[in-house]
Design a protein around this ligand. Structure first.
Ligand SMILES: [Zn+2]
Length: 272
């Protein structure tokens, strides 16, 4: 059974599907915010290079996090996207590997204008960054192939998660797509305008009417069902970032100045 299990290694807490890793060599994980070296307001495992944190601290945090996952040797192949709340999806081919891997100088920048990455390359960790937006990892063990998606409200309403699912399905193989949704701002804390709420309700029929609040994960789940991913193939970590700022970064709860946790996926180079 595929479930996310919480681990804590050297103070670094993360959630991972251990069965998937054991069975197919595919890592799917979501980080928390502890165990890093960043100073406030980025304390402490800030993994993002674009939010004003000390680049050396971000580099050290990435090193520690990859080591905790057993992926230490893959840091040179870590691949990241710019994340502009758009709908851009990029397939990571060999020439793009390592984009945005480091906050320090002399490395290729994160892939511009992109909010979702996917690949069938082995030993190529895809990592995106979050503080309230919805992190989604998609996996096709039969290919094998992986995708990581950043879905704020703009991406969610535009259907970026369903589009990423269709991109993975286009790679052939069996009907084995499974998805994992990490911690994000919950309906409990995500107040939006009536106008935005009505836009979402007109697009996503399953959204339950709750006055002034939006359930982004429900919209993402419906988008995935439409793309051909049944609910039983979707896993969700139902934790609200804004209610748990001791464990996650929250853009809204921390008044915009904070770090980023991550979603990461990687296919092991070893044969399974
Ligand atoms: Zn909440």
């Amino acid at each position: 059974m595929h479930e996310l299990t919480r681990h804590s290694i050297n103070g670094i807490a993360f959630w991972r599907d251990d069965d998937l890793l054991a069975q197919s060599g595919i890592t799917v994980a979501f980080s928390e915010r502890t165990g890093g070296v960043s100073a406030p307001p980025y304390e402490s495992l800030d993994l993002a290079a674009h939010v004003g944190d000390d680049p050396a601290a971000v580099e050290e945090n990435r090193t520690r996090f990859l080591a905790a996952l057993g992926l230490a040797g893959l840091q040179p192949r870590l691949t990241c996207a710019e994340q502009v709340h758009g709908t851009g999806i990029e397939r990571v081919t060999e020439g793009l590997v390592g984009s945005g891997r480091s906050a320090l100088a002399h490395t290729r920048p994160a892939l511009a204008g992109i909010d979702a990455l996917y690949t069938a390359l082995r030993d190529t960790p895809l990592m995106l960054f979050f503080a309230d937006c919805v992190p989604v990892v998609l996996v096709r063990p039969s290919v094998p192939a992986i995708a990581v998606v950043h879905a704020g409200w703009r991406g969610a309403i535009a259907g970026i998660v369903g589009d990423a699912a269709r991109s993975l399905m286009a790679l052939g193989g069996g009907s084995d797509l499974m998805t994992f949704t990490g911690a994000h701002i919950g309906e409990c804390c995500y107040e939006v305008s009536d106008n935005l709420l009505s836009q979402f309700r007109s697009r996503f029929a399953t959204l339950t009417p709750v006055c002034g609040r939006l359930d982004l994960a429900a919209a993402v789940a419906e988008d995935l069902v439409r793309a051909g991913v049944p609910m039983e193939s979707q896993r969700r970590l139902d934790m609200c970032t804004a209610d748990n700022t001791d464990r996650f970064f929250s853009y809204r709860a921390e008044e915009a100045l904070t770090g980023r946790h991550c979603a990461i996926a990687a296919i092991s180079g070893a044969s399974f």
